[in-house]
Design a protein around this ligand. Structure first.
Ligand code: MG
Length: 388
């Protein structure tokens, strides 16, 4: 994509959407000398998996995580590698970053920005599908938390009565807590409209991805406006790569975007595309170890604080970075892990514990699979033909 490329809306394409080849040596292990691959066991099945494999390595700026889901192909996974190389300091952040992050005085030059000592970002608690009498005990695990995201539509529209019973209990217990809903694209268009009618009384901050497609989100927003239902729609599953936020903005498909560092190709690329979309953003994790969560926390700390963001999300945007609780083990000791305490996690760099890297290491066969994957993505970032 040339520098002069334009998006569909006629605005200049953000520099970080450029797929210009990176100037890298032929082999990744000429640069990355300490690749580790670990397997993190999960508390319960999530996204269809019970264990999460993640690769970790270090660079001049610190440790980074490379953890595209195992079914992802090279083209998609290479964006995740670009993000990890940037966070480790092995490649510079996009030059546009300095202008794209006006809220952070440290974001200057090409090196990853330092963050203020002791800075924290707010995270939301998560309320999964459960009987109403378990709401209190599940949320008590999060301590004091200002924002809760309730999952709905676990079994699509058939879950509506159960969802409503759970939300009524939630509101009885926590009348002042900020509430978001997430349907993970679980409704059809008509079901989503009916569900929104039913959920409108719960004082929602926003409703994440009620329907699957971007066009459906846009239609749903029109229908809600017609009915006078003031529910803010957020796009999550619709955002899987850097071009997507622009498309969401162009179609008017959502008022809020959920962004993740690795799929968008790094903190710099994410900030770039958030600015270009003009939409308020909430950072969430891609089921990462504490090393990956640290990159999410850094992005969250650098989000532009626009009036629009304040109106919808408040002064302190709660992010979806509390997912450390989904694992039974992490690559650091519990007290150093990025698990939320009273609704916040620190913005900090994580250094894995060498003993844990060893204890959680995958077998040599899986390590070799990941090493080859890193090499394939590395070659793709160098601009080599993916099929070559
Ligand atoms: Mg979601």
């Amino acid at each position: 994509m040339a520098d002069t490329a334009r998006s569909h809306s006629g605005a200049p394409e953000p520099a970080s959407l450029s797929s210009a080849p990176l100037d890298l040596p032929a082999r990744f292990d000429e640069v990355i000398e300490d690749l580790h691959v670990v397997r993190l066991p999960m508390v319960t099945r999530f996204r269809g998996i019970t264990e999460r494999e993640v690769a970790l390595f270090s660079g001049p700026a610190g440790w980074a995580e490379f953890s595209p889901f195992v079914e992802y192909g090279t083209e998609e996974a290479s964006r995740w590698l670009r993000a990890s190389l940037e966070f480790s300091g092995l490649i510079p952040q996009p030059i546009a970053l300095a202008e794209a992050a006006p809220s952070n005085a440290h974001a200057r030059g090409s090196a990853p920005a330092a963050v203020a000592n002791g800075e924290t970002v707010a995270v939301n608690g998560t309320l999964p599908a459960c009987p109403p009498d378990q709401v209190e005990s599940i949320l008590s695990r999060y301590g004091r938390v200002g924002t809760v995201k309730a999952k709905v539509a676990e079994h699509g529209f058939a879950s509506l009565e159960e969802d409503l019973a759970r939300l009524r209990e939630f509101r009885r217990l926590f009348p002042d807590t900020t509430l978001r809903l997430d349907a993970n694209a679980g409704y059809t268009q008509a079901e989503a409209v009916e569900a929104c009618e039913a959920f409108a009384d719960f004082d929602l901050q926003y409703f994440e991805q009620p329907v699957p497609a971007v066009e459906q989100l846009a239609d749903l927003r029109e229908e809600l406006a017609r009915r006078g239902l003031p529910i803010v729609i957020a796009a999550d599953e619709s955002i899987r790569k850097a071009e997507d936020p622009l498309r969401v903005a162009e179609l008017g498909a959502a008022e809020v975007i959920i962004v993740k560092v690795q799929p968008l190709g790094g903190i710099g690329a994410a900030l770039d595309v958030i600015s270009a979309s003009g939409l308020p953003a909430v950072v969430s994790s891609a089921l990462e170890s504490s090393v990956g969560l640290a990159a999410g926390a850094e992005l969250a700390a650098k989000l532009p604080r626009t009036d629009r963001s304040r109106d919808i999300l408040g002064d302190r945007v709660a992010c979806g970075l509390g997912t450390g609780r989904l694992f039974t083990a992490d690559i650091v000791a519990d007290h150093e892990a990025l698990t939320p305490v009273d609704g916040a996690i620190p913005v900090t760099r994580i250094v894995p514990d060498p003993d844990r890297l060893q204890q959680l290491a995958v077998d040599p066969g899986r390590f070799e699979w990941w090493a080859q994957r890193v090499q394939s993505c590395w070659s793709a970032l160098r601009g080599e033909n993916l099929r070559g």
